[in-house]
Write a protein that binds this ligand. Structure first.
Ligand SMILES: C=C(O[C@@H]1C=C(C(=O)O)C=C[C@H]1O)C(=O)O
Length: 376
């Protein structure tokens, strides 16, 4: 058997050839890119890539090598595409993204909708972002809030998208997908829950607790200590507080903010019952116009992928290659197509950045139904 040194020398000489061939290949890809810029052709040619993968696999023997060379070529072709997208950006052939840059939001004259009722966390988030004197109204559901924006009854909606303890508010993802409304800002609200009941109620009186599902999740450790209590979900924490007052039953309590308890005439039985002391919720500000602020630094997108091995892996490389930091990914089922999913990705950047334009160009060509949900 040959020594390790000798074997490594052999590898070095093979790798020299691979490196030289890689450079030659990329050089030709660059020429293909120039051709495509002039001819206005799309970079990604799925059929050609499929044929190429079959062809290279046929040139090696054994399943292990066939799989291996295909993986290698997927990477090579992905690099080739990225080079070509860059050429398109440099040639100014990217076109305009359908979003208009604005300098600031007119918070003074805005009419804003939140979900729930007086005392909802959405109201607190709205006041945090728009100020105490904001002109606002409330609706019962997230869907109604999205409709108010779409119809123009309100300029902005402030809606929860994610909680630091309970995770994503999945309904919001589906609504962002469904409506032509866009995220223009976000605000993070510290959330401290109380257990509140009728004035005079004692902890030992309680048998039923009402709140929004997410709030019940965020206080599950406390509620688990009272496993005999029935937990009932309603659409909003402040609506839960209102219900407890209206039904006037000493055995009922709500998980809500101390402000909601005060507004609806309840007494706080236990304060700070959230599992996590740093419990906070991220709210998005949604509007019906495709606008983004000059200093926006986060982009949310949504796309679908073909049911194929490696397709998510291939798509994510657009972030890596453009040096974009991906901050979040969620998947949701696609309506009417059981067991197929769409992906929601957040990444850092501004729609004016060439790297972002480049990534979006690639994502648009290589995924299906890409939608930019907002830059904020
Ligand atoms: C180089 C091309 O562009 C892309 C990259 C390919 C490659 O690197 O082989 C193949 C098809 C295209 O998706 C081409 O169209 O030939």
């Amino acid at each position: 058997m040959e020594s390790l040194e000798v074997l490594r020398e052999k590898l070095d000489s093979i790798d020299d050839q691979i490196a030289a061939l890689y450079e030659q290949r990329m050089n030709v890809c660059g020429q293909v890119g120039e051709y495509k810029v002039k001819a206005g052709r799309k970079v990604f040619d799925r059929q050609r890539e499929k044929e190429k993968l079959a062809d290279v696999a046929s040139k090696v023997s054994g399943d292990f090598n066939k799989k291996g060379i295909q993986e290698l070529y997927q990477q090579l072709m992905s690099m080739s595409r990225k080079l070509q997208y860059r050429q398109l950006v440099e040639a100014g052939a990217l076109g305009r993204l359908p979003f208009i840059q604005i300098n600031d939001l007119d918070k003074q004259n805005a009419r804003v909708v939140f979900q729930g009722t007086e005392g909802a966390y959405g109201q607190a988030a709205m006041r945090q972002f728009f100020g105490e004197n904001v002109n606002s109204f409330h609706v019962r559901t997230f869907r109604e809030a999205m409709e108010s924006i779409e119809e123009g009854a309100a300029d902005y909606a402030v809606l929860p998208i994610e909680n630091s303890t309970a995770g994503p508010v999945i309904e919001m993802y589906d609504l962002l997908d469904e409506f032509e409304n866009y995220i223009v800002a976000e605000t993070i609200l510290p959330v401290v829950h109380t257990l509140s009941g009728l004035p005079g109620a004692k902890l030992t009186d309680i048998k039923r607790v009402y709140s929004k599902t997410e709030a019940l999740m965020q206080t599950s450790r406390f509620l688990d200590e009272h496993s005999d209590w029935q937990r009932i979900s309603v659409v909003n924490t402040a609506i839960a507080a209102k219900k407890v007052l209206e039904e006037n039953d000493i055995s009922q309590a709500a998980v809500c903010s101390s402000y909601a308890a005060k507004v609806h005439g309840l007494s706080v039985l236990v304060d700070g019952i959230n599992d996590d002391d740093d419990n906070s919720t991220r709210f998005i500000v949604v509007t019906n116009q495709k606008v983004f602020l000059k200093d926006a630094s986060k982009i949310s997108i949504r796309f679908e992928l073909p049911h194929q091995s490696g397709s998510l892996y291939g798509i994510l490389s657009h972030f890596i290659y453009n040096d974009l930091n991906m901050t979040k990914i969620e998947s949701r089922p696609i309506k009417g197509r059981p067991w197929e999913y769409c992906f929601f990705v957040d990444f850092e950047g501004n729609l004016e950045d060439p790297a972002v334009k480049n990534a979006i160009r690639g994502l648009r060509e290589e995924s299906q139904n890409l939608k930019i949900l907002g830059n904020y």
